[in-house]
Ligand binder design. Structure first.
Ligand SMILES: [Zn+2]
Length: 155
């Protein structure tokens, strides 16, 4: 059941890079971490272990596909995967490209900044490139890695 007070239960179609009935990948649009994406479960579920094992695996499959696409198109020094949900207890994963000269490196992006904002040359069409890469990658039912997801019946 969607929670009317939960921001992640509200879908903003404009920010979606890839989606299916199970989850969506959104473009965060953070200039300090270009390519920063979130993988958001469509259902309002609090913890990964509230999901049946096959769904946990499926979600992580999408997280890893985003990581792989991001490494390919943005070539960051490191990828950070984070799932906190303390403010918004709805399962979501942050997939964050990191660079050794980004404002917080090597700390988390939520830590105090160590340096001024840096600029790096990344393709201006990074968002479209990433969306195309995700569309072509093995996370869709077309590629056969994941069967089509049927949402559980809700009365
Ligand atoms: Zn929610």
């Amino acid at each position: 059941m969607p929670d009317t007070h939960c921001p992640l239960c509200q879908v903003d179609a404009a920010e979606i890079l890839w989606s299916d009935a199970f989850c969506r990948v959104i473009w965060v649009g953070d200039a300090d971490y270009p390519g920063f994406c979130r993988v958001i479960l469509n259902a309002h579920v609090k913890e990964m272990t509230d999901l049946p094992p096959a769904e946990r695996q499926r979600l992580m499959g999408v997280v890893f596909a985003v990581e792989a696409a991001l490494r390919e198109v943005a070539r960051p020094d490191k990828i950070n995967l984070a799932s906190l949900g303390n403010l918004v207890p709805h399962v979501h994963w942050h997939v964050i490209p990191r660079w050794a000269d980004d404002p917080n490196f090597p700390d988390s992006i939520w830590s105090a900044a160590r340096r001024e904002k840096t600029t790096r040359a990344l393709p201006g069409d990074l968002q479209a490139t990433l969306a195309a890469r995700l569309a072509a990658t093995a996370i869709g039912p077309r590629a056969g890695l994941l069967p089509p997801f049927t949402p559980p019946h809700t009365p």
